[in-house]
Design a protein around this ligand. Structure first.
Ligand code: URA
Length: 190
């Protein structure tokens, strides 16, 4: 069984793929380490690389605003991290080889947190976590249960910034996430 301090130390020193050569900071994750709810993005962007925290750019601000409307905050009740912990140059999609090198850290984080609800942010995370042929346009907001954990995906915040007409669907998905949390782990809302 991993422990947080040892896991974070290993992750911050990681040299398993070439992203280590170009990163400023490893972006390990943020939020309570006993959260029942996890959000998973694809990989750090420029601001995240500079600050060492996930989702701190414009997309992250939008995400925090939207999640606060359904009572969720990274300070209080969810943990947020990414599939890859280092920024892919020019924000390209992380390569499969980079995801393969990094996914063990996420698996260990999930083993420690043991979330009841997991929300993938965008297609890349959903393809890795839910199923390889995940279609975000068709399947966002749908729930998949595996071993008592409920998984869903919503549009990536960057996609909402590019195309705000997707926001109403995302709000519907967030209401469904709130309902699922109330059903499975009402203590999240105290
Ligand atoms: N996009 C992501 O997928 N993750 C981040 O942390 C920031 C932007």
């Amino acid at each position: 069984m991993p422990n947080w301090e040892e896991l974070e130390r290993r992750c911050l020193a990681c040299q398993r793929c070439a992203l280590a050569d170009t990163r400023t900071n490893v972006v390990f994750g943020k939020g309570p380490r006993d959260a029942r709810v996890m959000f998973i993005g694809e990989g750090p962007g420029e601001n995240e690389d500079l600050q060492g925290e996930p989702f701190v750019g414009r997309g992250g601000q939008l995400l925090d605003e939207m999640l606060s409307l359904v009572g969720l905050s990274r300070e209080r009740n969810f943990y947020i991290t990414n599939i890859v912990k280092c920024r892919p140059p020019k924000n390209r999609d992380p390569l499969n080889t980079e995801q393969d090198a990094c996914i063990g850290y996420l698996e260990e984080q999930m083993e420690l947190i043991r979330p009841r609800v997991v929300v993938c942010l965008g297609r890349i995370a959903a393809m890795r976590i839910i199923k390889p042929n995940y279609r975000i346009t068709r399947e966002h907001g749908q729930w998949v249960e595996k071993d008592g954990v409920f998984y869903t995906a919503i549009y990536h915040p960057a996609a909402l910034l590019r195309d705000p007409t997707k926001k109403p669907e995302t709000f519907a998905d967030l209401r469904s996430i709130r309902a699922k949390i109330r059903e499975l782990c009402p203590e999240v809302y105290g």
